[in-house]
Ligand binder design. Sequence first.
Ligand code: N01
Length: 503
Amino acid sequence: MRLFEAGADLGGIWYWNCYPGARVDSNVPNYEYSFEELWRDWNWTERFPSWDELRRYFQYVDKKLELSRDIRFNARVTAAEFDTNRNQWLIQTADGTSVRARFFILCTGFASKPYVPDYPGIDQFAGECHHTALWPQNGLDFAGKRVGVIGTGASGVQVVQEAGKDAAHLTVFQRTPNLALPMRQRKLDEQTQREMKKDYPEAFRKRRTALGGFSDLSASEKSTMEVSPEERRAVYEDAWEKGGFHFWSGTFHDTLIDERANRTAYDFWREKTRARLKDPAIADMLAPMDPPHPFGVKRPSLEQWYYEVFNQNNVTLVDVRENVIEEITPAGVLTSEGEHELDILVLATGFDANTGGLTQIDIRGTNGMSLKEKWADGVSTHLGFAASRFPNMLLLYGPQSPAGFCNGPTCAELQGEWVISCLQYLRDKQFTRIEATAAAEDAWTQHMSEIAAATLLTRADSWYMGANIPGKPRQLLNYFGVPMYMDQCNESASKGYEGFELS
Ligand code: N01
């Protein structure tokens, strides 16, 4: 077993996304491994840990499990080809190394290919320009600088909160308002953690069967409109106070399904948010009277003081749908209304999510076709684990798996266990090859579209739908419902890996 890692150190997403304010949106203990050996002596200092604490956690995990023994860092995989004669993969890295392997398992994450819009002149900017996911490892000081941030997703929200503190001037270029939710961050001390740990075994057990892979999140079985306005409001207030994703997936079961229900959630969100904004014109841009899209069909970002930043005198909000970004100049950003001069330009413009991390590798299967070519008109996999014509290649946290509707460690454990059992089965039965059938792949892809059609998810240009990248096929890329997903994976396994050809 050998693991190739493009980064110089552990951490994955937390290695690359080390911008000021970067932190996870999953509260303790959802975003950690469930083995007691790993949580017994590990204490977090915040309810939503920051990128540097997460990095320390992964170092700790490494010390316990001695993982880096098998990892080659600074080794970006650039190509892989299946050798049909030997039933092996030939895998190549950027530094010219190649290895042969029976199984090729891709754990490239859902957001490993940053997306940078092709603005004219982007290379001529004279100041510092960085995508949030390619942030300088030594950091960058905003103090006294004129900072511009393009993009107001989770990354943009977090950078804006930090830059708002000490930039001389902050200009935020917004295309779509973020329907962000209060994080309700809290410090955690050892005593609190000791108390919390009494419930960990139960929390980790629940996490395995929770709809979104969070032990403490579950929606009422009641529908939004069946309860009285007073009861609805009480449910919303309670979720709002709890913070995190409670208002997203801890209220009623039909928020993401029923448009009328959804509108009540939006209206509540809008009322709470506008109350924090002083200028009605800014409030109209950040929390408009009518929703830009249904609430929650984009992953809500968690904020701490995001909205208050826009009450500051040193902050300008630019709506780039009205004031279109025409080009990046050496001095800053030129919009249709004029130039914004900047020292630092932050591109918080997201990722070619779910697929980009895979298709940027030249992966070639049995008919010479690349994965990128195979998926040119849309992704198709069986159970999000495998693609036909790409034998012995398994995907973890990939497209058509719950990934974006779950969280990393939960998915890593559930899908990881499935992959390990699968490999053990193949070894025990002396199979050397596993491949998804085209029929199973078609059926899974059809099932994914039926899920999409039954929800409001199709109604926003989100990365869940592949719709944040110009020209990318629009389809639901993440499976909605962790337990339903795992049931189907386990059923396939129990039937000798139904939907796969073994030989
Ligand atoms: O990326 P995004 P992200 N001109 O795609 C805008 C996870 N994450 O890096 O909404 C102008 O959400 C784009 O505008 P629009 C988390 O799962 C988690 O912020 O498409 N603007 C949008 O505002 C998250 O969901 C954490 O109209 C342009 C922004 O850029 C996922 O990663 C922290 C543009 C991109 O937002 C992705 O988050 C960070 C253009 N040409 C990330 N192109 C936490 O755990 C794009 N935009 C808290």
